[in-house]
Design a protein around this ligand. Structure first.
Ligand SMILES: Cc1cc2nc3c(=O)[nH]c(=O)nc-3n(C[C@H](O)[C@H](O)[C@H](O)COP(=O)(O)OP(=O)(O)OC[C@H]3O[C@@H](n4cnc5c(N)ncnc54)[C@H](O)[C@@H]3O)c2cc1C
Length: 363
């Protein structure tokens, strides 16, 4: 936890659990990971078409009883003679899925469902990373930061890779549009914070990227399937943004597996497939279960109290506790907290209500 003033402090959780053989999480550079994944798919018999734009879905119209039925039977691409027919199309074109939008599958999507992630990958070298972050072997360090995005709801992050460090911000798109601030300026200010600057000293910029992130509650998910077409990954809103952490890649893979299994069964008889069953499968899978469990978290973490009031309160309390006040005697923690809360006009009732909300969002 870090505030943009001098009195910063860090909460470190040290446990044997983090250094066991199976890590609690891993970082990967997408340019390498995606290539590895694609090579494995090709080895299993997949035809990979790179540098190909899927321009639109191809439909077949037929009459089913009294109504007309429209089913997707392929995609039209920008290649010469580029139409590709398919019994099932899995649309996984990412957060701004133009294909799914063209099929009318995004009825409830708004700017509130989107954040912007901007990230720098800085080369530091393995030795310096291990020394500065206190790491050994393949262990890594991940620091999640609140209070570093000024008047924009969001947060910052800094995590180590083997040779590089990734540092960036995730910002509410709505707030960003209303402010005259560039994401790279926020990253620069974050990098120059006294708690961060020393960790990154002497690093060189290797990569810069910015991309939208879907932060969609299950209630606002797109329609996950329609005849002949399934959505997976960010296109399906599967990215889990709890506000404190982000799980997009594993959720994309999870929804992709469910889509692949469903498609394999549907290919046997597309005309009589219950397409709505795909949405139910996703909701039953770990992707849906995680979304259901943490559905209240993003709104809570992006709220004014969590973004500004409580980080400042925690910082003020810590700085008061750790400041030597001689010859005045120190106040006790409760007394300190009370006077800071009174100064910041935080009612005990609000604190109790927010504590309940935090418990409800993360229990
Ligand atoms: C700054 C930032 C930090 C993040 N950090 C994390 C993290 O720490 N952990 C984590 O798990 N997730 C993280 N995510 C989220 C994660 O990147 C996404 O959730 C994940 O990449 C979604 O995978 P996807 O395959 O659904 O979509 P994407 O990775 O967006 O892939 C979609 C692909 O489809 C292609 N495409 C689009 N339209 C077409 C078309 N018409 N024809 C052909 N191809 C098309 C695109 O070029 C792209 O290659 C982060 C995202 C950002 C922006």
């Amino acid at each position: 936890m870090m505030m943009s003033n001098d009195s910063s402090f860090t909460i470190a959780i040290e446990s044997e659990r983090w250094s066991k053989e199976t890590p609690n999480g891993i970082t990967t550079l997408r340019s390498k990971f995606d290539r590895w994944l694609a090579e494995n798919a090709v080895a299993e018999g997949v035809d990979l078409l790179c540098s190909t734009l899927a321009k639109s879905l191809i439909y077949q119209h037929s009459s089913g009883g009294s109504s007309k039925v429209r089913r997707v039977v392929g995609v039209s691409t920008d290649r010469e003679d580029g139409d590709v027919s398919a019994k099932v199309v899995i649309v996984a074109d990412g957060v701004n899925s133009l294909l799914a939008k063209s099929a009318g599958m995004y009825p409830n999507f708004t700017i509130e469902n989107l954040t912007l992630g901007a990230k720098e990958v800085l080369h530091l070298g393995r030795d310096r990373i291990e020394e500065r972050f206190g790491l050994k072997g393949d262990a890594g360090s991940d620091i999640e930061i609140v209070g570093c995005t000024e008047n924009i709801a969001g947060g910052g992050f800094l995590y180590t890779n083997q040779e590089t460090v990734s540092v960036g911000v995730v910002l509410s798109l709505k707030d960003l549009a209303a402010q005259q601030v560039r994401p790279e300026a926020l990253i620069d200010r974050l990098k120059s914070h006294p708690s961060i600057e020393g960790l990154l000293a002497g690093s060189t910029l290797q990569e810069y990227s910015a991309h939208m992130i879907p932060e969609v509650r299950m209630a606002d998910w797109p329609q996950l399937a329609s005849p002949g077409v399934l959505l997976a990954g960010d296109a399906a809103g599967s990215c889990l943004a709890s506000g404190l952490w982000l799980e997009g890649v594993n959720m994309a893979i999870g929804s992709g597996i469910t889509a692949g299994e469903f498609a394999a069964a549907a290919c046997k008889n597309p005309a009589s497939t219950d397409w709505a069953a795909y949405g139910r499968s996703i909701k039953k899978s770990f992707v849906g279960q995680n979304h259901r469990r943490f559905q209240r978290a993003p709104e809570l973490v992006m709220s004014n109290s969590m973004q500004r009031i409580y980080p400042k309160l925690a910082n003020d309390i810590a700085s008061s506790i750790f400041t030597v006040t001689d010859p005045r005697a120190k106040k006790g923690i409760i007394q300190t907290a009370r006077s800071i809360m009174a100064e910041s006009e935080i009612a005990v009732r609000k604190l109790a209500l927010d504590t309940f909300k935090i418990w409800r969002a993360f229990h």
